[in-house]
Design a protein around this ligand. Sequence first.
Ligand code: LER
Ligand code: MN
Length: 276
Amino acid sequence: MKLAVTTLASDITLPFQLSLLEGDFSTRLRKAAALAYDGVELVVLEPAQLDAAAVQWQVKDRGLEIAAIASGAQASLSGLTLLAADEHIREQAYQRLIELIHFAAGCGAPLVTIGSFRGRVSTGSREQAREYLVQILRKACMIASAVGVRLVIEPLNRYETDLLLNAAEGLALIEDVGHSHLGLLLDTFHMNIEEASFHASIEQAAHAGRLWHVHIAESNRLSPGEGHMPFDEIFAAIHRSGYVGYCSAELLNRPTADIAATKTIEYCRPYMTGGR
Ligand code: LER
Ligand code: MN
């Protein structure tokens, strides 16, 4: 199991509270490496503004990996969601997803996340929205597999979406899409609200062979140790499941983005090797 920190790519200058580390992009990478994170999860808004090869080089030069390309800022900063009521916005969002996939391929990132980027059921029935999502994810997976990138769908809590709230619903959607390149991203913050059991959901996703990425945050979305999340149970279940991927710190940049990143790695590092 490896630890990543979520941080903004250099195309984002607007404030975004789910990203850690302060300074310009190169400073943020230097800090991630100095804190001994294994990788970074890069929040990207407009891939066209970035040079994928240069990003790959900058990250590698610091001895880091790119754990994933995150679409988490699309909904709030670009206003793009895959399920938007407006057909043009929906189409633009789909095109943005394809750009993110190509960007991930260009910088050697294995995954593109889809959490808040899917949006909400905005028009028609829930079943219609879900079927539309199945269709576009199938198309996107075909493109992703052609360039060696995988997609991860992230269940979100009920206050942030009305489609795919928990691991079981995420796995059912993955089954309906029926493509080898779609897996699950479990975020402890959302799990704490929606799942009946942390360990049962982790085991279910891993048993299905679809636990491909994890976001970690406390119950209050602060850094681990600042809330009441049962991290002993969570990390024990992740270890037992055989998961060797990334746990990515995706949490509020409080009290500061640097302090949150520092506290997270201090608290979580022992768990990465099975200890604490
Ligand atoms: C938002 O709450 C979240 O967890 C992000 O990963 C969504 O894209
Ligand atoms: Mn998340």
